[in-house]
Design a protein around this ligand. Structure first.
Ligand code: SIN
Ligand code: FE2
Length: 216
């Protein structure tokens, strides 16, 4: 298929106060980012975490950076060690750090320095129910979220679970940044539709950068 946007410059779409979609922002670095995901998964493999309520998550996850997001019987937490390997999570690849820095700067969060990167892998049918990212102690830091591979429908609401939802298709190379007044807005991913992407096959990947430790 002829892709009319293949050579287009990235463009921005306002999402909410403090929130923006940087369309195709990561496209030129997508192959290197995917290589980084492979490197991370070679050290800390993708796994389906179990929620405190006993449900197996449909999204497969791993982490890189100083801290990694994980679940246990008591709740959600950030840990310095991968509970599967017992070792520290692999370091954030340099291309992850530079992409995150450039995206945060473009979105108006020039100070953002992530110490955690959650890597999500969606197979057909995988979804992330509506939730808030609220396990981070310092809510001054934004969330930077990078989409790679198959497209997915992103839901973005408000501070209340039943606030009206925007539904936006996130495609290969899109970056969403939210912070400030929208830092705790509910969001989720609808079940992945079947498809084949030239770079990622039957999967969608997402990188979510956070600051998970409090910084003075
Ligand atoms: C998340 O909310 O952690 C991930 C969102 C996404 O996969 O785009
Ligand atoms: Fe989230």
């Amino acid at each position: 298929m002829l892709d009319l946007f293949a050579d287009a410059e990235p463009w921005q779409e306002a999402l909410a106060p403090g929130a923006v979609i940087l369309r195709r922002f990561a496209l030129s670095r997508a192959d290197t980012l995917l290589g980084g995901i492979n490197d991370v998964a070679a050290v800390s493999p993708f796994r389906h975490m179990i929620t405190p309520g006993g449900y197996t998550m449909s999204v497969a996850m791993t982490n890189c950076g100083k801290l990694g997001w994980a679940t246990n019987a008591r709740g959600y937490l950030y840990a310095a060690q991968d509970p599967i390997t017992g070792n520290p999570w692999p370091p954030m690849p340099a291309v992850f750090q530079s992409l995150c820095h450039d995206a945060a700067m473009t979105a108006g969060y020039a100070e953002f320095v992530p110490d955690a990167c959650l890597v999500n892998r969606y197979a057909v049918g995988a979804k992330l129910s509506l939730h808030q990212d609220k396990d981070e102690p310092d809510l001054r830091a934004p969330i930077v979220s990078v989409s790679l591979g198959l497209p997915a429908v992103f839901q973005f609401g408000g501070l209340q679970r039943n606030d009206p939802l925007q539904r936006l298709l996130l495609e290969h190379g899109d970056v969403v940044v939210w912070g400030g007044v929208s830092r705790l807005f509910y969001h989720g991913i609808q079940p992945l539709k079947p498809g084949v992407h030239p770079q990622t096959g039957e999967f969608r990947y997402n990188l979510t950068f956070r600051q998970a430790a409090y910084s003075e």
